[in-house]
Design a protein around this ligand. Structure first.
Ligand code: ZN
Length: 386
């Protein structure tokens, strides 16, 4: 159990959102932006300063009149927990009010275990991590998962590689932890964190994450409110790209995943006799590139397939959503620079001419902690800024 009886004033979230968007501001400015009376804001801000949620600083202005007092949110006033469920691995971390992640760690789990046992393991890990942490109390938890979630962000509707269906993740963890818990599609969360806190954010971000499967997340720019919805969670990985292609775990044939996701790439390398040349746990696209550069015909064919299919998929994303920035994560972020360049050039050829010049397609930094940061960002949205 994490709850320490945190109570929130009625206007706390509104004040915090205002300061996040407008930067450090005076009481008068907060009142103007929120439309709430000066008296209401003064009372709310006073309580928040007492609680350590805001810091006051006095600007020494040489002009006549009263010195202006500016309010700044204290990033270390709260802690949130971000969790990412991957195939056989749980990644967890704690973050501050600006989604800066600390203490990330991973624990393995048996993929054949019952979902409730995996959730019990997650709850125990969170409790242990929070007990060891000397930061502010943990006010909320968010869980990212590859797969579909319900509209209320409480239930994992379907995750193919784990065989999970209608798992009440939020209810289960809330019973154990007694703090608010939400669940969302993992790549949508990565896109949300980049749009909200990334240095490279523009008018919108598309995030393509390839590892066990292919996940796409689309998020609006930093100051836009996060609404989720169908545009943020897409099943691009199950678009057919090869007629009568390989059988996909979704039951269909020739899905994008069967051409670019890691398990399928490793199976093709195995069939070509290259399992030992690209051992499990190493960057698969780097190993593939090495073999292709040596002139191995099977490796050349597999690499060409990956680059072409990724470029087509990314071009579809760019044509549909026209994001300012496209980030590629997972095994693609670990690919050699020359592979990324080829993917970028082929994507550019395949998009609408007006979009070509401005296309920004880059590997995601910190691809692995991106998922924890994404989940932490959602926990903040729900438990701190709303
Ligand atoms: Zn499929």
């Amino acid at each position: 159990m994490l709850s320490r009886g945190r109570s929130r004033g009625p206007y706390e979230a509104a004040v915090l959102r205002t300061l996040r968007e407008a930067g450090p501001s005076s009481r008068t400015r907060i009142s103007e932006i929120t439309g709430l009376s000066q008296a209401t804001i003064s009372k709310a801000v006073g309580t928040m300063v007492d609680k350590g949620l805001l810091r006051e600083s006095v600007a020494a202005e040489p002009r006549m009149g009263r010195p202006s007092v500016t309010l700044t949110p204290s990033a270390d006033a709260v802690t949130v927990c971000g969790v990412q469920i991957e195939y056989g691995t749980i990644r967890l971390g704690l973050a501050d009010a600006e989604s800066r992640v600390r203490t990330v760690h991973s624990v393995p789990f048996d993929v054949t275990a019952q979902p409730s046992d995996v959730l019990d393991l997650i709850a125990a890990e969170i409790e242990r991590m929070v007990a060891k942490d000397d930061g502010a109390p943990c006010i909320g938890v968010a869980v990212g998962i590859p797969g579909a979630v319900d509209e209320a962000r409480r239930i994992n509707r379907l995750t193919l590689n784990l065989g999970w269906r209608d798992v009440p993740i939020a209810d289960h963890l809330e019973r154990k932890l007694e703090v608010p818990v939400v669940v969302d599609h993992h790549v949508r969360l990565m896109a949300l964190a980049e749009a909200r806190y990334g240095e490279r954010a523009g008018n919108g971000i598309a995030y393509l994450y390839v590892r066990q499967g292919v996940g796409l997340g689309v998020a609006p720019a930093g100051n836009a409110s996060y609404t989720g919805g169908p545009a943020g969670e897409a099943f691009l990985g199950h678009t057919r790209v090869v007629e009568d292609g390989e059988l996909c775990r979704c039951g269909a044939r020739g899905c994008l995943e069967t051409m670019v996701a890691e398990p399928y790439l490793r199976a093709r390398l195995r069939r070509a006799g290259h399992a030992a040349a690209v051992p499990d746990g190493t960057a698969v696209l780097a190993g593939l590139h090495r073999l292709a550069a040596e002139g191995d015909p099977a490796a050349v064919e597999i690499e060409t397939d990956v680059v072409r299919h990724l470029a087509s998929a990314l071009a579809t994303v760019v044509n549909l959503f026209t994001p300012d920035l496209v980030l590629v994560g997972g095994i693609v972020a670990e690919a050699p620079g020359s592979t990324i360049t080829r993917i970028r050039e082929l994507t550019r050829e395949r998009i609408f001419p007006l979009l070509r010049e401005d296309l920004r397609l880059e590997p995601a930094h910190h691809s692995e902690s991106a998922s924890v940061r994404g989940a932490a960002t959602l926990a903040l949205e729900v438990s701190h800024y709303t």
